[in-house]
Design a binder for this molecule. Structure first.
Ligand SMILES: [Fe+2]
Ligand SMILES: [Fe+2]
Length: 551
């Protein structure tokens, strides 16, 4: 029944048909009531907070009314027409499902019992497609069991027919207010995670660290269980795993992340995100064992774009145990994360390219110095290879290994100031000549001092002729007074000197070189560094081809 009494409108399913002809004209309901300012737009005509319902856009809340009695739908629509809502009606649950599939809704008011499909089906579909929509069920046949069941299924409220217009308006107002707060909270969370990622991007260039943080954030914010990034190798048209989080080792072993699946290919080809459910998993994971396939609830893949081109994909997975899969609304959050990941990858590529070109310049410079001394050809390359190898054995991190290479290439750069007559003298040097030769570490350090990018190489250059017993040069430092870079360089530099031909003697060979490193451990060399080199040699971890003298 639809009636108007004491300023209230009541609906009663049982009496609707009987009194259908008596429904009063509803135009009167469109007059601005005292409730108006509570529900939609404020009396001042300015947008109320409820207008900012989706993603900060100024939109009217979209309300879907579902009831198999068409005119009840119409009565409610008319009742709400004076408020600032966009109301759509469906007198058949299937039509409601179609609307839900078609576009986002903010509020669903649905009858509980409607022939074959019930309001619970509408509720479930809404939760699946638009998890933040508010769903209120209404019924003329209330039972405690029904009420408990629908509230447990995720409904926001439960209205018993007949209910008053004030009651309906109040429920809508409360529901949308709660939704607004929830969405604001999501926006705030997005801002916080963006801030965290941006801050990290400003503080480091390390791609592994940044991608790990991005995946961690994506998993947390989108309530996922696994995440990974695949990068497109354009030359071979292949996707290569770059970072992952939460993937069980068995999944890796199964070849799951080879990117050779229909969804990854679709995302790359169309440069658009895609959500996939369990039923799409088989083509996704041809190699994935059934026990893992079964556990996947939902997934979402997003392209990583740089300069308008797809450079990879970011994929998140929810496993069984989650009530719902990913939704279209979550693509927005993921697109922000994906754009940050793409920027991090692009920055890192640029940085690598700059590093590479710097290294080529440095190598050319070192080669120019080497070219003056035919006996030491290839010395710098062998030295940086050995130094990096020992540094890795000592557990140094990637950033430091780059410095080791730089230090190795540049360690003798100061020889640029040593005259040819001394550098290539076939006999032993006089004391005076040796004093000139001894200046090359300090001279090299001086050259590098003015170039901030090369500063990390200075300790390798300046201290590579210091001795552990304090009898080296230029500063006669001893033991731990010598920076570790110098102690490392001293061992590998001497090893290569022993195995090379010199103007005044022939190569002594690897065997004797290892013996000398052992014999002078603790006097000329730091015993810890010497031991690591000897062990690496004895266990065959040094590639002889790389340290062989090429005549
Ligand atoms: Fe040197
Ligand atoms: Fe050297």
């Amino acid at each position: 029944m639809s009636s108007k009494s004491n300023g209230q409108v009541c609906l009663n399913r049982n009496s609707t048909q009987r009194q259908a002809n008596q429904i009063p004209p509803l135009t009167g309901l469109s007059k601005k009531s005292t409730m108006e300012s509570d529900v939609g737009r404020s009396t001042s005509g300015e947008a109320s907070p409820l207008d900012f319902a989706r993603g900060g856009e100024l939109v009217e809340p979209h309300i879907l009314v579902v009831d198999d009695e068409e005119y009840i739908c119409e009565v409610i629509k008319e009742m709400l027409s004076d408020a600032n809502y966009r109301v759509e009606t469906a007198c058949d649950p299937q039509k409601a499902m179609d609307i839900l599939e078609r576009e986002p809704v903010d509020f669903v008011l649905t009858d509980l019992i409607m022939g074959e499909k019930s309001g619970v089906d509408v509720l479930n579909k809404t939760i699946k497609l638009h998890p933040d929509a508010v769903v209120v069920l209404m019924t003329g046949r209330p039972t405690i069991e029904n009420a408990v069941a629908v509230l447990k299924s995720g409904a926001y409220d439960y209205l018993i027919k007949p209910f008053s217009m004030d009651t309906l308006r109040a429920v809508i107002k409360r529901g949308l207010e709660k939704q607004r707060l929830l969405r604001e909270n999501i926006n705030l969370k997005e801002t916080v995670f963006l801030y965290r990622i941006s801050e990290a991007m400003g503080s480091t260039i390390r791609l592994d660290f940044l991608l790990n943080l991005i995946l961690e954030t994506a998993i947390k914010e989108l309530e996922a269980d696994m995440a990974w990034v695949l990068l497109l190798d354009e030359k071979n048209n292949r996707l290569i795993p770059k970072a992952s989080l939460g993937i069980p080792p068995q999944m890796w072993e199964s070849g799951f992340l080879n990117g050779n699946d229909s969804i990854s290919r679709w995302v790359i080809k169309n440069a658009k995100p895609q959500i996939f459910d369990k039923d799409k998993i088989p083509p996704l994971a041809g190699f994935l064992p059934w026990e893992f396939k079964r556990k996947i609830r939902s997934g979402i893949s997003h392209p990583l774009m740089a300069k308008g081109k797809v450079i990879g994909i970011l994929t998140l997975i929810r496993t069984e145990g989650h009530l719902s899969g990913f939704t279209i609304g979550q693509i927005h959050s993921l697109s922000i994360i994906a754009s940050k990941a793409a920027s991090a990858i692009e920055n890192s590529k640029l940085y690598e390219e700059i590093k590479k070109s710097y290294m080529q310049t440095l190598t050319a410079l070192a080669n120019a110095v080497e070219a003056r001394d035919t006996y030491t050809r290839g010395h710098t390359e062998r030295v940086w290879y050995m130094a990096q190898l020992i540094a890795k054995e000592m557990g140094w991190e990637e950033d430091k290994l780059w410095e080791v290479k730089m230090g190795g290439i540049l360690h003798d750069i100061g020889k640029i100031g040593v005259p040819d007559a001394i550098l290539n003298k076939p006999e032993a040097l006089t004391q005076e000549e040796f004093e000139v030769m001894k200046q090359h570490p300090a001279c090299g350090a001086k050259i590098l001092e003015g170039i901030s990018f090369l500063k990390p190489a200075i300790p390798y250059v300046l201290y590579h002729h210091e001795r552990y017993d304090g009898k080296g040069y230029p500063n006669r430092l001893r033991g731990d007074q010598i920076p570790i870079q110098g102690r490392l360089m001293a061992v590998v530099d001497t090893f290569d000197a022993i195995t090379s031909d010199r103007p005044y003697r022939k190569s002594k060979g690897f065997k004797l070189a290892i013996k000398e490193i052992k014999d002078f451990s603790g006097t000329q060399f730091d015993p810890k560094v010497a031991k690591i080199l000897v062990e690496a040699w004895e266990h065959g971890r040094i590639d002889k081809e790389r340290i062989k003298i090429k005549k």
